[in-house]
Design a protein around this ligand. Structure first.
Ligand SMILES: [Zn+2]
Length: 170
């Protein structure tokens, strides 16, 4: 799943489930690993050498980074709009969203340095193995993976909408 979708899903799930600042990033991290299980599209569709961010070409990097920036801003604007600029909800969205992208950021930045430590190696292995694998790297097999991303987007939107209406009626 792309970074921005992980941020959006982490933020919306946190907003839906809690207003506790400690729980929000944990919910974000859990949402990340659960979403990784679904058939989805991310760099796994790219052929080597573009299947890893560090070796990806400029276009791929721009797309990955752009998607993250756009959906992060969208998430924050949506939260401000839906919750009348409530600082608590904005903070929960940011903490949940950061939790949502934390596993990938952590893995991309620190895997090489930390994999010699058993405990981190175990986590990196878990992250890799508890993850859907796209067997055929061909575009015609991407319908379901793309559909999953769209469904997660809509579900994230719905969670924020439901959470906001719940507050209004209570
Ligand atoms: Zn991941």
């Amino acid at each position: 799943m792309l970074g921005g979708i992980h941020f959006f899903a982490g933020a919306s799930t946190s907003i839906f489930l809690t207003n506790n600042y400690l729980l929000a990033p944990i919910i974000g991290i859990v949402s990340h690993h659960l979403l990784d299980r679904l058939p989805h599209l991310d760099l796994n569709i790219m052929q080597p050498p573009n299947d890893h961010l560090s070796t990806a070409n400029m276009k791929v990097k721009l797309f990955v980074f752009g998607e993250l920036v756009i959906l992060t801003l969208f998430t924050l604007m949506l939260t401000i709009e839906y919750f009348n600029s409530s600082l608590v909800h904005l903070t929960i969205a940011i903490l949940g969203g950061l939790g949502g992208i934390a596993p990938d950021v952590f893995t991309i930045l620190f895997k090489e340095k930390l994999k010699k430590f058993k405990v981190f190696k175990a986590y990196f292995d878990f992250h890799k193995n508890f993850h859907f694998k796209l067997k055929e790297k061909k575009l015609k097999y991407c319908f379901l993976p793309i559909l999953t991303e769209i469904i997660v987007l809509i579900a994230s939107f719905a969670l924020i909408d439901i959470a906001a209406s719940f507050i209004l009626t209570h």
